[in-house]
Design a protein around this ligand. Sequence first.
Ligand code: URA
Length: 246
Amino acid sequence: MTESDEGIRLQKVLAGAGIGSRRACEELIDAGRVEVDGRTVRTQGVRVDPAKAVIKVDGMRVTTAEAGLVYLALNKPRGVVSTMTDPQGRPSIGDYVENRRERLFHVGRLDVDTEGLILLTNDGELAHRLAHPSYGVLKTYVAEVNGPVARDVGRTLRDGVELDDGPVKADSFRVVDRAGGRVMLEIVLHEGRKHIVRRMLEAVGYPVQRLSRTYVGPVGLGDLRPGTTRKLTREEVGKLYRDVGL
Ligand code: URA
């Protein structure tokens, strides 16, 4: 942050990041709602390097175009491996972003047979924190199993089940649909051990027939078609940062 003539005026950077008009951004600064590199800015005319400054509005991180950061959601189809390339030539996540110039990382993995939401970004620190168990980012899955499903299964999963590599607890569980003998279960977890949803449902007697991830933290799959990507919104990126304390 500088008061010399280097950098770009903060209200211009904020407006460029889609926060509002320059005038509205000046008002946010006047109101003490804008922070740069951990310090509240109340004076107009401060200049910042938009590629480097950590800017927050109401405590929520704002990303600038100049920082060159990209945040994408992919609906991974079944049969696609969760790597950027595959030496064996199988379809991989990288195939869906091969035209992008940035070097993207995928955040965590899904089994080949699991479909659904995978985040991709070139923001290394965010990717690291989202994938790291200590930050406990919630992930939501919808699993299809053969019904009927006993009433107490939810309680059992919330209380915790013992697996080979230790116990696991669902943060939440609910039946979302029943059709033709199949039951759709929604399970929320804050950890990501290998095959965790398949293993925990198997442990309570309901082998998974089909599995999809519908949310990573605050970001939802929505109606994103399998094999397509979308950019995350500014609000979604801000919430992801907040969830991992950035
Ligand atoms: N749990 C699983 O069993 N598989 C996945 O792909 C993700 C979570």
